[in-house]
Design a protein around this ligand. Structure first.
Ligand SMILES: CC(=O)N[C@@H](CCC[C@H](N)C(=O)O)C(=O)O
Length: 378
């Protein structure tokens, strides 16, 4: 890709970076993407919207199959702390998981194939709500996707830990099963000086958080992997009032559905124990569940070999990660894979200071435009 083409995509990424929006509220993002798509040779593109998402089909010259590429679109509730002059204009929201880069890459690919037709149909999917509550599954059930259902599907995710020019993936499970976990405990509030007349949910919640970690250390096979992270606790109302309620918000990660089931069962038992032990009421809402990202063995192997032999980039066969991705729903039905794209930043995903190297956009468009061309013309 030429320097001016890369500059255009970097500009698009910076514009998108300034308007991060929560899942299923990506209306400005959708408008921005549609406006850019409108500048491309529109006689070559078929465009449909679904909620805040977009599907773009580029009909092939002699189609035998349809090949899809997917990007996510949503931002995260994080107060940005980067050094960028183009920081988020949406107070309290940030593209801290690379979805701004992911979208710029997808736009680069649409632009490329709008000007360079291939034999098979191509479908570009701009999917809302990856961070939650999950847009992939409902989008797949929607009419536009059903009408244009692809035969293969691919996606990438930025990887802070790898240098620019690195592609990392593996056949089989790449990302974990996930389930959100919201636990409410209801007791009785009261005066700080009269604890015997109240039922303190600060104590109950603290004990529960500690007990939850024993599920990982004592109920999961140590050769297997699982995580329970409680990322948020909301307890009580004031320092001198005994807390009558507590809410724990977290996420569970496992490498199999069986382990997910076991972990959830143990959490339910522990919450029942807290109810008995503290004479309170407990309830659990499992929120959004994502199935594992399970890369197709043969397609992934042949892509890895192709990167090694046909590109100047570094290919790493990585280990699975406990990250979640609702792209797993696409891969449950359609063969394909996801890979990591090196963006070389010391700050991890979801960090308020993450500043991915934008040159990686060029690497991704180069790799995927060449790979999709080869598949679509084979
Ligand atoms: C790539 C990435 O960071 N994905 C998120 C997916 C979150 C799923 C859901 N909201 C949950 O928290 O379980 C991740 O946190 O791994």
């Amino acid at each position: 890709m030429s320097r001016p083409q890369l500059e255009t995509l970097i500009h698009l990424r910076r514009e998108l970076h300034q308007i991060p929006e929560p899942g299923f509220q990506e209306w400005k993002t959708q408008r921005f993407l549609l406006d850019y798509l409108g500048t491309l040779p529109t006689d070559r593109l078929r465009i449909k919207t679904w909620e805040t998402g977009i599907l773009v089909k580029i009909p092939g010259t002699q189609p035998r199959k349809c090949i899809a590429y997917r990007t996510d679109m949503d931002g995260l509730p994080i107060n940005e702390q980067t050094t960028y002059p183009f920081r988020s204009r949406h107070e309290g929201y940030m593209h801290a998981c690379g979805h701004d880069l992911h979208m710029a890459i997808a736009l680069g690919l649409v632009s490329h194939f709008a000007h360079h037709p291939v034999r098979d149909d191509l479908l570009f999917i701009f999917q809302p709500a990856e961070e939650g509550p999950g847009g992939a599954h409902p989008m797949m059930n929607g009419a536009p996707f059903q009408e244009w259902k692809p035969d293969m599907i691919f996606a990438l995710h930025i990887a802070p830990e790898y240098p620019v020019g690195t592609i990392a993936t593996k056949p089989g499970i790449l990302f974990a099963n996930t389930s959100e976990c919201f636990i409410d405990l209801i007791g009785t509030s009261g005066h700080a000086a009269r604890p015997h007349l109240a039922n303190d949910m600060a104590i109950a919640a603290s004990q529960l958080v500690m007990q939850l970690q024993t599920v990982i250390s004592r109920n999961v096979d140590p050769i297997d992997s699982a995580i329970i992270t409680i990322g948020k606790m909301d307890v009580g109302t004031k320092q001198n009032i005994i807390a009558g309620q507590a809410r724990l918000e977290g996420t569970i990660r496992t490498l199999s559905m069986e382990t997910m089931h076991r972990v959830k069962t143990r959490i339910e038992q522990l919450v029942q124990g807290i109810e008995k032990g503290f004479a309170c009421e407990g309830s659990i809402d499992w929120g959004a569940n994502y199935c594992q990202v399970d890369n197709d063995e043969a397609l992934t192997r042949s892509f890895m070999e192709w990167v090694k032999t046909h590109t100047p980039y570094t290919l790493i066969e990585c280990r699975e990660a406990m990250t979640g991705e609702d792209f797993g729903y696409f891969l449950r039905d359609i063969p394909g894979f996801m890979f990591w794209l090196g963006v070389d930043t010391p700050y991890g995903l979801h960090h308020p200071q993450i500043e991915p190297q934008e040159e990686a956009i060029g690497v991704a468009v180069d790799v995927m435009s060449r790979y999709l061309t080869e598949l679509a013309n084979a």
